[in-house]
Each structure stands twice: as structure tokens, then as C-alpha cells.
Design a protein around this ligand. Structure first.
Ligand code: GLN
Length: 493
């Protein structure tokens, strides 16, 4: 029998369309793989019936000669930050445990309309706050990867760590992620898969549990660049229900894939050579330049002078928005309620929030409330907004000299679970290379480059001009074709 779990999005879609196998067979194979991988803790909830029902619809449509969608027959994992109608949606928080939305997020609806089915709701850092998947109320996800010769559980990255673990363990061909300050790219880099965060506004935020609304973007995580292009085409699109959604047609990124970079300039930002960056990361960056040069691109040095202020600015803007967005969880409207004996309304709010939010979420709410408070608003929030404008301006200037920027995705490879969980500042540094593109709202992708001396994957990041997903995907494809990354985690689960 064909081992369907070795197939990616394109292979499944084409095989189903061509009648090589049925969508049902594929869904059954992935449902079984998910059921056999409980030790990874990648899913908060599995939904095998959803995957089967979608597959049966596709098989019936095909038999009836009806046109098939872009993702017909592809079962995917859904980050549990997307509201799914009638299916528990938690954001990995106790406060939303048991919440079954009465509506479907636009992105997930787009995927179902394209013929995809859902294997389950994927674990994540609580409210997408974190870089290691250790802030989930439902327990951390374990990366399928381990350091060669050790058994220590490693971080799959965060916040989309269930997504990265599931795709790299081949229990899902693709998954959705969200990226506010690196949550698609960093976990993709840690697990040897691809992930793209599109231009802000390309994927609707409607029905996605809000973290920091001016930064949140959905995007795909998949095994290769082509699969990401296919997924993104299905996810993106104008949505009048999201006031920041871009009213423009979705480009045909898959058809536009082209790894010939002749005539293109690739910018290398000087300021991304930071102290403390792992020498093997710098080595992967050097290789990346060689690969892109080999694809015909010219490599030029560029400057992004405000890079060092991006991370501190992010950790003001994102918590500020989070403190406001999370005010809605009060024990009245969603999920859990704590009502101590004789408690009044205020006591109920306080008790619900104290019991419902995890420590990292509380930290963000406290920081956010502080930086927005009357006495400190100008000193922190307004300053951070000005820095954000300068970071954007840096990119605008750099893109006068180049078409796409190449940088590492992360300063280190994956680390053992527990290693940084007591040191929030060290944890925040994981996103030092990811956050600038988020602040500027630009498309950015991580592509696997190589494994390090411990056998762990390292990713390279490509950042493009606004709306130039195609340029990012094409440069990613050029790297993918030359890196020849084929390492896979050894199965221990
Ligand atoms: N790790 C970053 C944070 O904790 C980014 C998270 C994200 O992109 N959702 O805020």
C-alpha cells in the first residue's frame, strides 16, 4: 500500500484529481498517523470525522465529474487559534476551554471551500504568546527532532509549535499557522519545514483569536515552498468582515513559481550580524548567499539601521494590543467562569481571569496595561510606535537597492524544553530576526537550509516588499532546490 503520509499537498491534490487514489484513503492514513503520535502532543483535539467527511465529499464530486478545489482531498491541521464552528477553539488557554464557536474563521472556511479537511486543532503557545510551545495550558508540544545521540525533549518552536511538529513528523501534510512576531517562521526553522507569513492584510483575521491585531497574520506551514504557495492561495483573499483585509485579487503564486533569479538583487542586512548568533547559523547564511548567487541573483549589502530597536518596540506594541484584546475574557461571554461563593461581578471577572490565564499571558497583560497607562503612554507606547515607523522606513530604503532580503530566521537552532522557560528575556530573543518584518507588515518566509552539528534543522529567512509574496517564494524555491534538505526526524513517538 502507498504510504500516503509521505505525500505533500501538491502530490495529494494531483493524485486525487488524477484518480491515483481516493481522498478517503489519504484521510484515513493521516488520521491513523495522528492517532499514533499522541506523545508529540501536537493536537489539542483531533477531528478525524471532519477529515473523512471532507474527503468523501471530494471523492463524490470527482465521481460526479464536478470541478475540484485547490486543496481537494488534502487533510490539514488547524492551529487552535482559528475559530471552527461547533469544534472547541481554545487558543491553548484554560479560559477558553470548552468554547465551541458558532462561526467559522474566514481562513478555515476558505480552506474547506477549497476541498481541504481537518485532522484536528493544533496545540500552540497560549494565545500565541511564546516561542517554545511551553505556555500552552494543554501541555507543551514535543518536537519530533532530537539532538543526535540524546533523548531530551526539544522545543518545536512557538507559537505555532503544534503545526511545526505535525508537519515535520509527517502526521499532517500541511497546517495553518499565525505569525505576530515570528510564530510561523521560527517554528518552521526549528523543525526543518517551510512557512510563510504574508503581507499584513492578505489573510483575513476574522475568526482568528486576536493577540496583537496590527501584527497578526495567518499563513501556511508545509513541507516545501510549492505546498506553501498552494496553501496560501487557498487561505488568502479579501474579506469585508476584516477592516484591515486587502481588497485585491489573490495572485496565482503556484503558477508563478520560478527559481531563476537572474536580474534580481538580494540584500544582506549588515545589522543582522549580531553578537551571540550561533556560528553555524552564520555559516547557513553564507551558504544561502551562494545558493542565491548560483540561481542568478546579485548579492548586495543593505542597512536596516533600526534593527536593534525592533524587538523592544515589539514587546511594547504587542502586549499593549494584547492587553486590550484580552479584556473580553471576563467569564461572561466565552469559555470558563469562576464564581466564588458570594462573589460580585468584579470578583467574578478577577477570579475568572486569575484562574483562566497562564503566567505568560498575565505578564503580557500587565506589561501592556502599564505601557498604555496615562503616565507612561508617551514614554513607551508612543515611542514604540515611532520606532515601528522607523523600522518600516528602513525596509523601504533597503528595497530601493534590492528585491528581497536574506537573513537567518533564528539566532539558534531548537533548544531543549525547559531551557529558557524561566527566562522570558532570553525567550524573547528567539524572534530578534523575525520581528522587524512583522512590525513593517512585510511578507517573510523560512526555508530549511541545513542541519547543524547536532543534526537539528536551521532555517533561512527571506523578506520581501509588501505584496511580493511571489518574489519571496521564488527566492525560497531557489534555496530549496540547492540546499537539498532531506533530513527527517527519526521516529521515536
Ligand atoms: N514569540 C513571539 C511572542 O511571544 C511571537 C509570537 C507570535 O508571533 N504569535 O510574542
Amino acid at each position: 500500500m502507498n504510504d500516503f503520509t509521505n505525500l505533500g499537498v501538491k502530490a495529494i491534490r494531483d493524485g486525487v484529481a488524477g484518480g491515483d487514489f481516493s481522498a478517503r484513503e489519504v484521510a484515513e492514513a493521516f488520521n491513523a498517523a495522528v492517532a499514533g503520535a499522541a506523545e508529540l502532543n501536537a493536537f489539542i483535539l483531533t477531528t478525524p470525522d471532519h477529515a473523512l467527511a471532507a474527503a468523501e465529499r471530494v471523492d463524490a464530486d470527482r465521481a460526479a465529474g464536478k470541478p475540484l478545489g485547490k486543496l481537494a482531498g488534502v487533510p490539514i491541521g488547524m492551529k487552535d487559534l482559528f475559530a471552527t464552528r461547533g469544534v472547541q477553539t481554545t487558543a491553548a488557554s484554560h479560559i477558553l476551554e470548552g468554547f465551541e464557536p458558532e462561526y467559522e474563521s474566514t481562513v478555515s472556511q476558505n480552506l474547506w471551500n477549497a476541498g481541504a479537511g481537518m485532522l484536528g486543532k493544533l496545540n500552540l503557545d497560549q494565545f500565541a504568546m511564546g516561542s517554545s510551545n511551553e505556555t500552552s495550558y494543554f501541555g507543551n508540544v514535543s518536537s519530533p527532532w532530537r539532538k543526535e545521540g540524546t533523548n531530551a525533549a526539544m522545543s518545536p518552536g512557538g507559537s505555532s509549535g503544534g503545526s511545526s511538529a505535525a508537519v515535520s513528523a509527517r502526521i499532517a501534510p500541511a497546517a495553518t499557522g499565525t505569525d505576530t512576531g515570528g510564530s510561523i517562521r521560527q517554528p518552521a526553522a526549528f523543525t526543518g519545514i517551510c512557512g510563510i507569513k504574508p503581507t499584513y492584510g492578505l489573510c483575513s483575521r476574522w475568526g482568528v483569536v486576536a493577540f496583537a491585531s496590527s501584527l497578526d497574520q495567518a499563513g501556511p506551514m508545509a513541507r516545501d515552498v510549492t505546498d506553501c504557495a498552494i496553501m496560501l492561495e487557498a487561505m488568502a483573499g479579501f474579506d469585508p468582515k476584516d477592516a484591515t483585509s486587502l481588497d485585491m485579487p489573490v495572485p496565482a503564486w503556484e503558477a508563478g513559481l520560478d527559481a531563476d533569479l537572474r536580474g534580481k538583487k538580494v540584500g544582506i542586512p549588515r545589522e543582522y550580524r549580531m553578537d551571540g548568533t550561533d556560528p553555524e547559523i552564520l555559516d547557513s547564511w553564507e551558504r544561502g548567499k551562494e545558493w542565491l548567487r548560483d540561481a542568478g541573483a546579485e548579492i548586495v549589502e543593505v542597512s536596516l539601521p533600526h534593527t536593534k530597536y525592533a524587538l523592544p518596540a515589539y514587546y511594547i506594541v504587542a502586549p499593549a494590543e494584547a492587553s486590550s484584546n484580552l479584556a473580553r475574557y471576563d467569564g461572561v461571554r466565552y469559555g470558563m467562569r469562576e464564581l466564588p461563593e458570594g462573589a460580585g461581578l468584579q470578583d467574578m471577572y478577577a477570579a475568572t481571569r486569575a484562574a483562566g490565564f497562564g503566567d505568560e499571558v498575565k505578564r503580557r497583560i500587565l506589561i501592556g496595561t502599564y505601557v498604555l497607562s496615562a503616565g507612561f503612554y508617551d514614554a513607551y507606547y508612543n515611542q514604540a510606535q515611532k520606532v515601528r515607523a522607523l523600522v518600516s522606513r528602513d525596509f523601504n530604503e533597503a528595497f530601493k537597492q534590492c528585491d528581497v532580503i536574506l537573513a537567518p530566521t533564528t539566532p539558534t537552532a531548537s533548544f531543549p524544553l525547559g531551557e529558557m522557560s524561566d527566562d522570558p528575556l532570553a525567550m524573547y530573543l528567539n524572534d530578534v530576526f523575525a520581528v522587524p518584518a512583522s512590525l513593517a507588515g512585510l511578507p517573510a518566509m523560512s526555508v530549511p537550509a541545513m542541519t547543524n552539528k547536532d543534526g537539528l534543522p536551521l532555517g533561512l529567512q527571506l523578506v520581501g516588499k509588501a505584496f511580493d509574496e511571489q518574489g519571496v517564494l521564488n527566492a525560497g524555491l531557489a534555496i530549496e532546490q540547492r540546499a537539498g534538505f532531506s533530513a527527517r526526524p527519526e521516529k521515536w513517538w
